[in-house]
Write a protein that binds this ligand. Structure first.
Ligand code: 3H9
Length: 709
């Protein structure tokens, strides 16, 4: 058995140490072949007298990225991972894991089942199962608390955060950290030292950090209370706490049986399916046809035109990525304000103790400002974030056309204007692309990359490359009013307003959607963003509005009174004394009543009540139907692009995967039947998307379209 391989698991003797190398690109996930290979190798090593110790190493950049996520939801195949881990722990020879890159989920559980753990400085350890709707199911909930105590173990499992090598050593998660980049050399040196020192087999199941039961119980109780408050409808976090309680109260094997039971419950939950969908979808959107066909242009110097909220947020995102930024404003005063906006973000971080004043100064050293476009002569990429007005955009792009070097990427942050028209007005339409950031731009993950007709492929590839550098989640979108997100938002926004006029209060609508999983309802969001923004858009659209279309005027009535939301102390809600959480406003309810009466006099309809379930059905049906239109018209490449847009830009509950994935779980025939039912009263608004009808006719779902682009 000394050399050879069982599938992706290779073995080689180095003196009396058996090196077991897992080679399963891209992240050495623990698919069935790896599990089989590991089991066979460890079993044989135990029986082989020539083997004095076993060293487990990962090939490539990572140790092990976890269980193979692609296997979830498929029929399970033996050996199961908990048994593989138990086999490693039971081995009669010392087993050593050497962790160089990621040891995540099942990867860390393999390391915890080993008897000794060595980390290299670039190691990242974590139990991120919670982000997939799961719990560590291969002994992680039992071994981690025994090794590092319940509080630290729960923190890792409930946050899913990655722990670096130094912190891992401090926690007691690894035995030693050594310098170097070669895991094999470092691991062999450590293994030889252990063998020579006669180091015994040392099993984590026997570790004693849970011995002080009173303190451990207190940690578990407080984690349970905190989790119950914070986990907002999520299924797995409380199961994690239950499993750790099992570690405290039960013998190891019984605790592990409890863990298995809870793990399988999580595995079966629709939340796991939604979260795994989101995991793969957001990796998928980072690839577009242009990222395959073209190489990005180099981007080292970035310009931002406009120092308002959006421009400053974009500048911070660029600075945070370690890149220099040049901000252009029309005069010294505006530039000073723009710079202040940027500094304010870092001052906030200093106040929270998240960065030092020195770190702020070092970052701000990469910030330049100018009132002359000539300062952008050397920029590789410029993002325009000025007022949303076509004439203003034309003026900015004419200046960029004049000063920027050939090949510079010229991007607009417009939310809805026609980028083809912006591009057509300059001499280099091939260099113009849309980069639609979401506010606050340094925080929100979504970046819509809007692809006009004449843009060069390598410009699109550059936009995706920038997204990666800024750690954004990019989604490719076609040109239309509102692109993917705001176009769909406009439609389900109308559905919400129609329900409000028909009898549902904004407070009920908000609550129904919070119960669905949104952090805030649409009227709370409107109050936060500022009602004046939507008002300006409605006025802009008024001349082109279909005169037959229903137009609910309640929002206008509030805006006419200057009730724009939080910033004015009242909107749909009241915010007395700068409160951030609003309370219902009887005056708003009176305005709504008056509008209902006015509209009812015209339509002959009386207000009616809505159940929370109907509110959710109508809101989601409008969203899904327009999502289908957006896919049908190729504004979005696939349904999953709509999902990622809504999860990362519009607060859609991630555990539901996104609106299109949610539609698949409800069933497209049900969604279509709802739309047809609603159409009986409002046929103009509720027109079924041709794509939805086609999929229902074929008995297909949205997922069937996710592979195709
Ligand atoms: C678990 O372990 C359960 C157990 O407790 C119990 C079981 C009984 N499986 O992110 P990247 C793919 S749950 C399959 O772009 P990076 C990924 O889809 C698991 N595939 O790279 C992508 O494929 P493609 C707990 C996986 O360098 C490619 O690898 N583990 C897996 O930026 C590159 O990924 C986790 O939740 C996987 N486990 O980051 C860790 N992981 O090229 C999840 C990745 O076709 N993974 N892929 O698009 C990560 O956090 C990051 O991928 C990692 C690398 C940090 C590892």
């Amino acid at each position: 058995m000394h050399t050879g391989a069982t599938g992706p698991v290779a073995r080689a003797m180095h003196g009396d140490i058996l090196v077991v190398t897992i080679d399963n690109p891209p992240v050495n996930a623990l698919g069935v072949d790896v599990r089989r290979g590991l089991t066979a190798t460890i079993d044989a090593a135990g029986a082989d007298t020539a083997v004095k110790a076993v060293l487990i190493v990962g090939s490539g950049k990572t140790f092990i990225g976890g269980a193979d996520i692609r296997e979830f939801g498929k029929p399970p195949m033996t050996p199961f991972l908990p048994d593989v881990c138990n086999g490693i722990e039971a081995c009669s020879k010392p087993v050593i894991a050497v962790i160089h890159g990621a040891a995540l989920g099942g990867g860390l559980e393999i390391a915890l089942a080993a008897h000794y753990r060595l980390a290299l400085p670039a190691a990242k350890l974590g139990l991120p199962e919670v982000a997939l709707g799961l719990l560590p199911g291969a002994g992680g909930t039992q071994r981690t608390p025994r090794l590092i105590g319940a509080a630290a173990a729960l923190d890792m499992m409930l946050s899913g955060r990655h722990v670096g090598a130094a912190e891992a050593a401090k926690l007691g998660l690894v035995d030693r950290v050594v310098d170097g980049a070669d895991p094999l050399a470092a691991g062999l040196a450590y293994a030889q030292e252990l063998v020579q020192g006669g180091a015994p087999v040392r099993r984590t199941r026997d570790a004693t950090q849970l011995a002080d039961t009173a303190a451990q119980r207190a940690a578990i109780d407080s984690a349970r209370a905190e989790t119950a408050k914070k986990s907002r409808g999520l299924f797995s976090p409380l199961k994690i706490v239950d499993a750790v309680q099992g570690a405290l109260e039960l013998p190891f094997d019984e605790g592990q049986a409890l863990e298995r039971k809870l793990f399988l419950e999580c595995l079966d939950s629709p939340q796991r399916a939604g979260l795994v969908h989101a995991f793969f979808a957001e990796r998928e959107t980072a690839r577009a046809p242009e990222t395959r066909s073209a190489k990005p242009r180099p981007i080292e110097r970035i310009g931002v035109v406009g120092g308002g909220t959006m421009g400053a947020g974009i500048a911070v995102a660029v600075l945070d990525a370690g890149l220099p930024v040049t901000m252009i404003e029309r005069d010294d005063e505006a530039l000073a304000r723009g710079r202040k906006h940027v500094e304010k973000v870092y001052d906030g971080l200093i106040a929270k103790g998240r960065i030092t004043p020195e770190a702020k100064n070092a970052t701000m050293a990469r910030f330049n400002g100018s009132t002359s476009y000539d300062a952008l002569a050397q920029a590789d990429l410029v993002i325009e974030a000025v007022f949303e007005d076509m004439a203003v955009k034309h003026a900015v792009f004419a200046e960029l056309d004049r000063v920027c070097k050939p090949g510079a990427v010229l991007a607009t942050n417009t939310s809805y204007l026609d980028i083809d028209e912006i591009a057509a007005a300059i001499s280099r339409p091939q260099d113009v692309v849309g980069l639609h950031f979401f506010s606050p731009a340094n925080i929100m993950k979504l970046l819509e990359i809007v692809v006009p007709a004449k843009v060069a492929d390598d410009v699109v590839a550059t936009a995706f490359d920038l997204a990666k550098k800024l750690r954004k989640v990019p989604v490719r979108a076609g040109v239309c009013d509102g692109f993917i997100g705001n176009r769909i938002l406009a439609v389900y926004g109308q559905a919400a307003h129609a329900m409000m006029e028909d009898g549902a209060s904004p407070y009920q609508i908000d609550k129904a959607l919070r119960d669905f999983g949104y952090p805030m309802g649409p009227f709370q969001v409107s109050d936060l963003a500022g009602g004046d923004i939507g008002w300006a858009t409605r006025k802009r659209r008024a001349p082109t509005r279909d005169p037959r279309a229903r137009y609910v005027q309640i929002a206008d009535r509030l805006c006419e009174r200057g009730w724009f939301g939080q910033k004015t102390g009242r909107g749909y809600y009241l915010y007395p004394d700068g409160a951030r959480v609003g309370t219902p406003d009887p005056e708003v309810e009176a305005i709504i009543d008056a509008e209902r009466a006015r509209a009812g006099a015209l339509s002959g309809k009386a207000p009616r009540s809505f159940s929370d379930a109907e509110i959710v059905r109508r809101y989601l049906a409008a969203m899904i139907n327009e999502g289908a239109n957006v896919v049908h018209q190729k504004i979005a490449l696939r349904p999953l692009d709509v999902d990622v847009t809504f999860v990362h830009g519009y607060g859609f509950p991630r555990y539901r995967g996104g609106p299109m994935q949610y539609a698949d779980t409800v069933g497209l025939p049900t969604i279509l039947a709802d739309i047809r039912e609603f159409a009986k009263e409002a046929p103009l608004f509720w027109q079924p998307s041709p794509l939805l009808v086609e999929l229902v006719d074929k008995g297909a779902n949205f997922a069937s379209l996710n592979q195709s682009a």
